[in-house]
Design a protein around this ligand. Sequence first.
Ligand code: M6R
Length: 613
Amino acid sequence: MCGIVGYIGNKQAAPLLLEALEKLEYRGYDSAGLAIIGKEGLSVCKAKGRLRVLFERTEGGAIMPGTAGIGHTRWATHGEPSDVNSHPHLSHSGRVAVVHNGIIENYAELREFLTEHGYEFRSDTDTEIVAQLVDYYYHGYYYHGDPVKAVRQAVALLTGSYALGIAFAEHPEMLIAVRKDSPLILGLGEGETFIASDIPALLKHTREIVRLDERELAVLTRSGVSVYDRFGDPVEKTPEHIAWDVDAAEKGGYAHFMLKEIMEQPAAIRNTISPRIKEGRIDLGLAHITEDVIRSINKIYIVACGSASYVGMTSQYMLSKMLNVPVSVELASEFRYSDPVVDENTLVIVISQSGETLDTLFALREAKRRGAHILSVVNVVGSAIANESEDVLYTWAGLEIAVATTKAYSTQLAVMYLIALHFAQVRGMLTDEALHEAVSALEGLPALVEHMLGKREQMQYLASLFFNLRDIFFIGRNIDYALCLEGSLKLKEISYIHSEAYAAGELKHGTISLIEPGTLVIALCTHAPLREKMVSNIREVKARGAVVIAITDENDASVPAVADHVITLPASAPLVLPSLPLIPLQLFAYYVALLKGCDIDKPRNLAKSVTVE
Ligand code: M6R
């Protein structure tokens, strides 16, 4: 999604903002731009394409002198990617420049209103409306010349979501930031302050940050920031110190963030699990979802998007079996509008790496409004979903930069094991012996994942055999089907190969007509009770000419007897087994995309955190 940066200080703003935008490239974008407050007012430069184009057009920022400005990487929603649709957008008087992340839902109505008042529009975007509306109050019809008041009046009319950075030609001493339903943070330096969508943009300059809460407005000057709530009352904010290693935002010798993050999985899983095992028992440290609440729950919804929803599907089997409670997995974008039946005995588990996915956030709010208990599984500390949940379990995966999730996915799954065990423990559904076995299985998981990473060369070889195919199918049953969905998403999102995941039992109901000689089918056969059924499914597709890569247990002989290529899993407890098959599939997707020359960390059209509906 769009990336916002802003700077006011004593250094040249344009080169600094270009560098900061580079650190937000992982969010996904199709164009970029800068607005700098110089001696002659606001200068703006925008360019469709990669940041490199903007860098060249501005000579690395050198042709835009000034020590305050805003910058943006755009992920198109309204209007195609083009120079004119890129941000920043200037008001027609040239006095106000705006960068925006989110969607202004009532832009058509506001555009009509402003057009009637003589405002001319240059772009097809919803964002331009904000620059014009602020101008309308600041300088136009309602001239009062007060920038803060003008922003407040303008945002009061906006519906939808926004994180905004705003610069005024006549006020080189200030920038304004304001947000609703889209993330925005501020950075505090010595004689300089910053705006950013995310922490990596600031790490080089400061580790003291302030997170803007819903509808807060900040006025940034060289000496600090003043934050106000939606009513205009000052808010005391305590700066947060970011302790991360800057290396977390660097590739550390790997060719891509995705490979680095795949290889970090054993450590990430260990960090997620270890602090929650105390004296042989699971201790989640939940403050509000107490043991009484856990005992009262009679229905669980897992709500998430994309890979996080596949974590939900994978854990659904385990949760319903261990707790004997109905568990339903819902896509967040559907859940919100599905009139869900929830009450005070319903638990909604919300899963999100970024903690900012708008569909997931809105689904959370809907469930909360209807009285459900909300437990979230989130990676980004202090994010909106974390803040608005009753309790949050952080996945300590560290910063994940590649758009395709790997270590966040694996740690989400690890947290779901912990939730299942903790709830089973509290509800008296686990014997001491079973708990002891489960805890040892959890403690042994990082080593098993490490073992799976040893399949790297095999996956590179298999990728070399199949990277030029047009379609690849994944089949599996039960938990393996849920894993197929994630394996298939990983492949298609970074390699652009068409891929589908099917429940293997469904093949004969239509899908098998897609199989032709040479079609690659990846068959997951890790769920032992249904392995023989999978052997039959493999025979069916092979009889139609498919080539089969199968994943199965290292002690199994039935699948290797029918598949063309076999990836084996080490013997492992059923609880943690679902964490293993995805490791080679992540590597397969990575190497296929590498051989195809794709932009692995920043696949086309995709964004890391999806902050629009
Ligand atoms: O930040 P979230 O976990 O809420 O994001 C959800 C999905 O957008 C995300 O998992 C997406 O599917 C990834 N690109 C998958 O690799």
